[in-house]
Ligand binder design. Structure first.
Ligand SMILES: Nc1ncnc2c1ncn2[C@@H]1O[C@H](COP(=O)(O)OP(=O)(O)OP(=O)(O)O)[C@@H](O)[C@H]1O
Ligand SMILES: [Mg+2]
Length: 341
């Protein structure tokens, strides 16, 4: 008899978040995340990067996955269960243990008035991870996973740690509950370029040694290329290209991904693209555009792009949402979760 297949770790289908913004007396709505579809396998931990310029919906997607924001429509399942339908108790006793956040600014996560080890002990206690007399050795083990020890951090206030150390402690805090998924939203963007690689290297190690999957949200294509197994590139709420990172960043097919890659000088991974182009004015206009949201900036724009939303095509081993591939590729049926692994 065939075994029922194990549910995905994370399954997102046509996930959408609509925000309403008031403009004078009227209200306008836009889709901050627009029909996003992706999945992570349960039996194969991976680093999945979500990249895109500022205001493309990355944080909104992360907040929905973390159960901090309700989706407007679409499917969002963790280990086969709908996150939205979990009771408060199930969220506390199961989901928040399984899926842990890491934020951009470790100094904003820790109060300047509390010693950082307080957060580690608190998490151990809240989730019942070790008996009181074993908390020290448990915390020491977890700190070792991020290259620190309890002796190094005990009794220290956040301002006594470097940015790199503070981010390691905040990652250690997220590991205390033995999560299966860490959602890290721009975890290295506040660190010096020299430290970024050491943190993303650590993510790779954690994936291998702790079997934890990491959703790595970043502006920085260099670290995404280096650390991630797969990547989804977001543009105004859409995932426009998704697949293995060597394919997508090694040989981008969507004009937007090509644009992103070219706007980052190889020699200086420090220079994010949105330092170079001010996109604020474009943002609202692109979010509500008819047809392809990139049409106004695309060097390869065609008539159809201004009229119709491009379907998701499978082309050259990745998903690409662009009419350029209409003739040679196969369109993915709406709602299908067949995306290249
Ligand atoms: N609560 C909210 N109400 C209304 N609009 C919102 C809300 N949260 C986010 N937005 C808007 O949704 C869009 C996507 O924002 P989001 O923060 O998800 O982007 P991002 O890709 O994380 O950007 P960044 O790289 O700057 O962090 C933006 O236009 C933002 O202003
Ligand atoms: Mg963000």
């Amino acid at each position: 008899m065939q075994q029922p297949s194990k549910p995905d770790l994370l399954r997102i289908e046509n996930l959408t978040k609509v925000f309403h913004i008031r403009q004078g007396f009227s209200s306008r709505q836009f889709h901050a995340v627009d029909e996003a579809t992706l999945s992570l396998k349960a039996d194969k931990p991976e680093i999945f990067s979500v990249a895109g310029e500022s205001g493309s919906g990355k944080t909104t997607l992360a907040r929905m996955i973390l159960g901090m924001e309700e989706p407007s429509t679409g499917i969002l399942n963790y280990k086969g269960r709908s996150i939205a339908r979990l009771s408060r108790r199930e969220k506390r006793s199961w989901f928040f243990k399984e899926v842990q956040p890491v934020f951009q600014d470790p100094f904003a996560t820790f109060s300047p008035l509390k010693r950082v080890d307080h957060y580690l002990y608190e998490t151990v206690q809240n989730y019942g991870m070790a008996k009181r007399n074993q908390a020290d050795s448990y915390i020491n083990e977890v700190l070792a996973q991020v290259g620190l020890s309890l002796a190094e951090v005990k009794g220290r206030y956040p301002n006594e740690l470097s940015g790199g150390q503070a981010q390691r402690v905040s990652i250690a805090r997220s590991l205390i509950t033995k999560p299966s998924l860490i959602v890290a939203d721009e975890p290295v963007s506040m660190l010096d370029a020299s430290l970024r690689m050491s943190i993303v290297n650590m993510f790779r190690q954690l994936k291998e040694e702790q079997q934890v999957s990491i959703l790595y949200i970043t502006h920085d294509l260099a670290t995404a290329y280096y650390a991630a197994d797969r990547i989804a590139v977001m543009l105004r709420g859409w995932i426009v290209e998704m697949g293995p990172v060597e394919r997508v960043l090694g040989n981008p097919q969507h004009p937007y991904t090509q644009n992103l890659k070219n706007s980052i000088p190889d020699v200086d991974p420090d220079n994010g693209w949105d330092q170079k182009v001010n996109l604020a004015d474009l943002e609202a206009e692109e979010y509500t555009r008819t047809g392809c949201k990139f049409a106004g900036r695309c060097p390869a724009v065609m008539d159809i792009c201004r009229k119709k939303v491009p379907p998701n095509y499978i082309h050259d081993g990745r998903m690409v949402k662009c009419f350029l591939y209409e003739d040679e590729a196969e369109a993915i049926h709406e709602g299908a979760s067949v995306v290249p692994q």
